[in-house]
Design a protein around this ligand. Structure first.
Ligand code: NAD
Ligand code: WQD
Length: 337
């Protein structure tokens, strides 16, 4: 297939490009580089032995996005391009609505115009808000706890309405739980700008000496050890799911919404211990107050992804920590190293 990967130089997009290239697909990567580095392209070449066509395009630029789609001859689009920081979305909601929602609207219109009818979309477990019970399946009630989450929910709804209006348009909506880890080569990985919002990159930066200690947000949650529990999923497993989703759309001609997680919960303190084992470094940490908006425990029921895509997560927490550490220790300052 010939695939347009929007947001393809980002963390999950870059890993997905490796998987798609390994399966023989023809790719074009588009990104505005607002949260990624062009150096990713050299790293992808080093891993795959292939060069990739790259277009620096902002999803909100209607003419550029229409032009890219119209002349591209694409069989499908994978749409990773979004702003994703929850705290920032509370401070700048309009920027999030503009980038994520208006950008997606542009992309959908450009796809329709170019008669490209297959889309794989990056959604998030954030659409479940504070789930009533775990594991969370795809029929659980949806809700919004912050502007970033609202953009994901609205984008899912826009895509859903389009699929109803045009049965020829097929979308695979992938709700990721907590993506972590890196490619086993250590050449690509997660490179947040500024202070990391998420747990694994924060632990990595403590391990490599960029930050003094980890703050564990809450030690009194009703969980196994009092710290928050999440469903961490290796980014390489996640990447594989995108290629499986494209295959499923091509095979069945039917859209779907699936959770992508392992189905197991891991606490903050358990992840710290696993990382210490994998890296041989100690991770100084202190329990502090709960972070506003956090919930005790979220993990996926991933059964539908297995039933529809034949996909299940294969890599465990030790592999997630080992690969995250290899990436961070080989690139202490990320792509700026
Ligand atoms: P990322 O920031 O590393 O990648 C997103 C990419 O999109 C970046 O390269 C960025 O430059 C690009 N981008 C953003 N806005 C753009 C625009 N207007 N035009 C063109 N390019 C644009 O993030 P990621 O972790 O790889 O996430 C990918 C997708 O998965 C996002 O949609 C995110 O919301 C979703 N998601 C991420 C997580 C997570 O924890 N990482 C969890 C659930 C869902
Ligand atoms: C995980 C656990 C924290 C940092 C977020 C988004 C969600 C999705 C994935 C995009 C929690 C604890 C964290 C730290 C800590 N993104 N923690 N100290 O909050 O589950 O999900 O990223 O769609 O929308 O909300 O992930 O990595 O921030 O936190 O103790 O410095 O680690 O309290 O229990 P979260 P996270």
């Amino acid at each position: 297939m010939r695939i347009l990967v929007f947001g393809g130089t980002g963390y999950i997009g870059s890993h997905t490009c490796v998987e798609l290239a390994a399966r023989g697909h023809d790719l074009v990567i588009a990104d505005n580089l607002s949260n990624s580095s062009e150096k990713v392209l050299d790293r992808l070449q080093a891993i795959t032995g292939r060069t990739f066509d790259f277009c620096r395009v902002d999803l909100r630029d209607r003419d550029a996005t229409f032009g890219l789609l119209a002349g591209g001859g694409f069989d499908a689009v994978i749409h990773f391009a979004a702003l994703k920081a929850v705290g920032e979305s509370c401070e700048r909601p309009l920027d999030y609505f503009d980038n994520n929602i208006a950008g997606t609207l542009n992309l959908l219109q450009a796809m329709r115009h170019a008669q490209v009818s297959r889309l794989v979309f990056s959604s998030s477990a954030t659409v479940y808000g504070d789930p009533e019970r775990v594991p969370v399946d795809e029929d659980a009630p949806l809700s919004v706890t912050n502007p970033y989450g609202r953009t994901k929910l609205v984008m899912e709804q826009l895509i859903g309405d389009l699929c109803v209006a045009d049965p020829g348009f097929q979308a695979g909506i992938l709700r990721y739980f907590n993506p972590v880890g890196a490619h086993a080569s250590g050449l690509i990985g997660e490179d947040p700008s500024g202070v990391p919002n998420n747990l694994m990159p924060y632990i990595c930066q403590v391990a490599v000496g960029r930050r003094e200690r980890l703050s564990v947000f809450g030690g009194d949650w009703p969980t196994i050890d009092g710290s928050g529990v999440r469903d961490y999923i290796h980014v390489v497993d996640l990447a594989r799911a995108h290629a499986d989703a494209l295959d499923a759309l091509a095979r069945t001609g039917t859209g779907f919404t699936v959770n992508l997680g392992t189905g197991s919960g891991v606490s903050v303190l358990q992840l710290v211990q696993a990382f210490e084992r994998a890296s041989g470094r100690s991770i100084p940490h202190a329990i502090v107050a709960r972070r506003p908006g956090d919930v005790a425990e979220v993990y996926a029921d991933p059964a539908r992804a297995h039933a529809l895509l034949g996909w299940r997560a294969e890599l465990d927490v030790d592999a997630m920590c080992r690969d995250a550490w290899r990436w961070q220790s080989m690139n202490p300052d990320g792509y700026a190293s």
